[in-house]
Design a protein around this ligand. Structure first.
Ligand code: PEP
Ligand code: MN
Length: 362
């Protein structure tokens, strides 16, 4: 994971492997015109790898499930007439054979497939003896070992050029993301598999074009090697994932605005392990702050209730109960009594301050 000392895309046949290596193209192939129009605009921006889904795994039936094999003919035209490498998603053995027969350059495995070890093994077996780069998306559920296992199955088939795509994780809670990023997980995968290029898919993490820039920047700040961004010649009219797709011009603008910071150098050596551990800590700190913010919002609602019902802010019994409960739970998590009581005293005090403010508002 570090382009200073090694090139994670070495042997992938790209002219330019500087960060971020960018894969772009529509969520789904829709027509020959849409594919060629989008591909030509991307070629003009020096994008080297085109993406388009032919077989689309949709959550519910009766939505657009991809154009199927005809799309492979259009990808062939993108290779021949436009001069881009092409990639598509394969989810079963039939897809693999068809894509290989049509000379697709790079395959990717979707999030629903990488969650299924049987499907992964069948795909890996179908790839034995084939020399093609394969990108493995994280499984829909936040399980690093499942993701790692999917990659290991592909490697076990003798495939040497394997990359990981971070596309976020399903969650029950509604958040601003379509799939919550849980940045600690890809960082953990990278610690376990340091030679695998890590590519961020801000389109499926975000689900919304307005937050693609921010997610892509975060990926660059975390030293990702590449991006895969859904790009469509007419995004609002896209047959799938319309709200997250952007035009080739918008992609150019997004890539141009990315700030690429230098990786932290120790004298002589880049200490990746330390850097990754620090990134993980930073992510947990962000998560803690987010949880504290949510907690304080609830405290404010309680403050509102107390005000309306004329109840005092400080309820000593309740506070004793919280303290006792958290001390016990902290104990089970190997967190010292001193730490737990100091931390929760500070949190409780901040809640009281917030509630006092509400009480004193007219
Ligand atoms: C896609 O890339 O269009 C796709 C279906 O992604 P995922 O497997 O991440 O949902
Ligand atoms: Mn999509």
């Amino acid at each position: 994971m570090n382009s200073i000392l090694k090139d994670p895309f070495k042997g992938w046949g790209l002219n330019n492997t500087s960060r971020p290596v960018t894969i772009a193209g529509p969520c789904s192939a829709e027509s020959e015109e849409q594919i060629l129009d989008t591909a030509r605009q991307l070629k003009a921006q020096n994008i080297e790898i085109f993406r388009a889904g032919i077989w689309k795994p949709r959550t519910r039936p009766n939505s657009f499930e991809g154009v199927g094999s005809i799309g492979l003919e259009w990808l062939k035209l993108v290779q021949k007439e436009v001069g881009l490498k092409v990639s598509t998603e394969v989810a079963n053995v039939k897809h693999v054979y068809e894509a290989l027969r049509m000379g697709v350059d790079i395959l990717w495995i979707g999030a629903r497939t990488s969650a299924n070890p049987f499907a992964m093994q069948e795909i890996a077996d179908a790839l034995k003896g084939v020399d093609i780069p394969v990108l493995v998306k994280n499984p829909v559920n936040p399980d690093v070992d499942l993701w790692r296992g999917a990659i290991e199955r592909i490697q076990g088939a003798g495939i040497t050029r394997v990359g990981a795509i971070h596309r976020g994780f399903s969650s029950f809670n509604k958040t601003r993301y379509r799939n919550i990023p849980q940045w600690q997980l890809p960082i953990e995968l990278r610690q376990k598999m340091p030679d695998i290029p890590m590519i961020c898919d801000p389109s499926h993490i975000g689900g919304n074009r307005d937050i693609l820039q921010e997610i892509s920047q975060k990926a660059m700040d975390l030293n990702y090697d590449g991006l895969i961004i859904e790009t469509h010649c007419n995004p609002d009219k896209a047959w799938s994932d319309a709200s997250q797709q952007i035009t080739p011009d918008q992609l150019k603008n997004l890539l141009g605005k990315l700030v690429l910071r230098h990786r932290n150098m120790e004298p002589g050596v880049l200490n990746e392990t330390l850097e990754d551990l620090r990134l993980k800590i930073d992510q947990f700190d962000d998560d803690l702050l987010g949880i504290l913010e949510e907690r304080m919002k609830v405290a404010e609602q309680i403050g509102m209730f107390k005000k309306e019902n004329n109840i005092t802010i400080l309820q000593p019994d309740r506070w004793q109960e919280i303290l006792a409960k958290t001390l016990e739970k902290g104990h089970n998590r190997d967190l010292s009594d001193e730490f737990i009581s100091q931390m929760f005293r500070a949190i409780h005090q901040e809640s009281i301050n917030k509630q006092t403010k509400i009480m004193n508002e007219d």
